[in-house]
Write a protein that binds this ligand. Structure first.
Ligand SMILES: Cc1cc2nc3c(=O)[nH]c(=O)nc-3n(C[C@H](O)[C@H](O)[C@H](O)COP(=O)(O)O)c2cc1C
Length: 389
């Protein structure tokens, strides 16, 4: 049974405002939707020295409709064409593209390598050509490519056969991918090879003219799993420093092969304990938290003593991670509001922020860690809650 009102069920702005107030959130809201050019969503946004022509963003959306060798199919090409025709000026990654075969989430996920380079470049060109047709200018269009390894959720060869690549044993999630305590873990050397694959993939994306790559760190896939690898021993687990080493090493490697390309990170800012589904009278309910021993050592940004609550002390910005500083630069509005007011409501907050690894030197607001040039502007790139893709 649903325990919260669906946004789609709200019939007026007043209803929406009342709900926002009830949740003690700050979400500014206009009385009516303005059309361009007056609409705030039609206004350009300046990011990292580039102009994004409006505030519409296409989230990454894979169709798992590539060929077995990871090249795009006609259906993939049609999707990217429509991304271009939509008029949105920020294409956040297009879709998750695996950096190696064994990290594909599905046998039809796109794969980036030398053999597939030309066809992935054609995807970008298709998008740009159709954007030009619909919108004239492409100077203010930013197109990224999302790079991924599916880690625990890899299914590279058969849609229904998990072939997990694990960083650590998870007491609840292992059994969901047919793993157990004897299943092998990725070694530190395996991880270094995966880092090399990310760097190679970034170089290829740069050659193809993509404006940025997104080093995917969300939805339970490999990058995200590093952040919760508290129980892993070695260089990539345990301390915060170690759990973020993968991101730093990928970022530094990418900077060395493509110094001017922007880097984005789609981050799941916190985990909660796993839930399983429930159905009452034929209706799907909000789910039931799985029982687990405490403290709960298997999440990022989770309260270990009560894993149904988040704890943002690690995901919170202002944390220096070696040569690169990982900063929150775009937030969903509720989280943005929380960071600014430094209050943390104990109810629903949207669990996704986009962060960008920046080189030292950018000035940031001392309270929030958000770059000063964004303070006071709407954090408008993405505003939607994350689900597992
Ligand atoms: C069909 C589908 C494919 C998706 N593929 C990806 C993906 O490749 N990478 C990713 O980070 N998120 C992916 N997502 C998540 C979306 O980008 C988005 O964050 C999510 O759907 C929440 O937005 P919504 O409420 O508008 O659906 C996917 C979602 C859907 C429905």
């Amino acid at each position: 049974m649903r325990q919260f009102p669906a946004i789609g069920g709200m019939r007026s702005v007043e209803e929406f405002r009342a709900r926002v107030e009830e949740l003690r959130l700050e979400i500014p809201c206009d009385d009516r939707v303005e059309a361009a050019p007056a609409s705030p969503l039609a206004k350009p946004l300046h990011v990292a020295g580039r102009v994004i022509g409006n505030r519409f963003c296409i989230h990454p959306m894979e169709g798992w409709d590539g060929a077995p060798d990871g090249k795009p199919s006609d259906a993939t090409i049609r999707r990217w064409r429509n991304f271009g025709l939509s008029g949105a000026k920020l294409i956040w990654g297009g879709e998750a593209v695996a950096v190696r075969h064994d990290g594909r989430a599905n046998p039809n996920q796109l794969l980036i390598n030398e053999d597939n380079k030309r066809s992935l470049g054609a995807l970008r060109e298709e998008l740009i050509a159709h954007h030009k047709q619909a919108c004239d200018s492409t100077d203010d269009l930013i197109v990224g490519l999302q790079l991924t390894h599916s880690g625990r959720f890899s299914r590279p060869n058969e849609k229904l056969r998990p072939e997990p690549r694990l960083l650590y044993h998870h007491p609840l999630l292992d059994r969901r991918v047919n793993a157990n305590g004897n299943s092998p873990l990725l070694t530190d050397d395996d991880i270094r090879r995966i880092i090399d694959d990310f760097i190679t993939a970034a170089r290829l994306a740069n050659d193809l003219g993509f404006d940025f790559i997104d080093v995917k760190h969300c939805h339970g896939y490999l990058g995200h799993e590093f952040l919760s690898a508290h129980t892993r021993v070695g260089h990539y687990g345990g301390s915060f420093e170690n759990r973020t080493r993968f991101l730093r090493e990928v970022t530094e490697g990418v900077r060395s092969v493509a110094p001017t390309m922007m880097i984005g990170v789609r981050l799941s800012a916190f985990d909660l304990v796993a839930f399983h589904s429930e159905t009452t009278n034929g209706k799907t309910g909000p789910g039931i938290a799985e029982h687990t021993d405490l403290p709960y050592h298997w999440g990022f940004g989770v309260d270990m003593d009560n894993p149904q609550r988040y704890d943002l002390s690690e995901p919170r910005p202002q944390r220096h991670t070696g040569h690169a500083q990982v900063r929150v630069v775009q937030c969903v509005e509720s989280l943005y509001a929380e960071l600014r007011s430094k209050t943390l409501p104990n109810r629903e907050i949207l669990g996704q922020v986009e962060i960008e690894a920046l080189q030292s030197g950018t000035t940031h607001d001392s309270n929030t860690g958000i770059p000063e040039n964004l303070i006071g502007k709407e954090a408008g790139l993405t505003r939607r809650a994350a689900r597992r893709s």
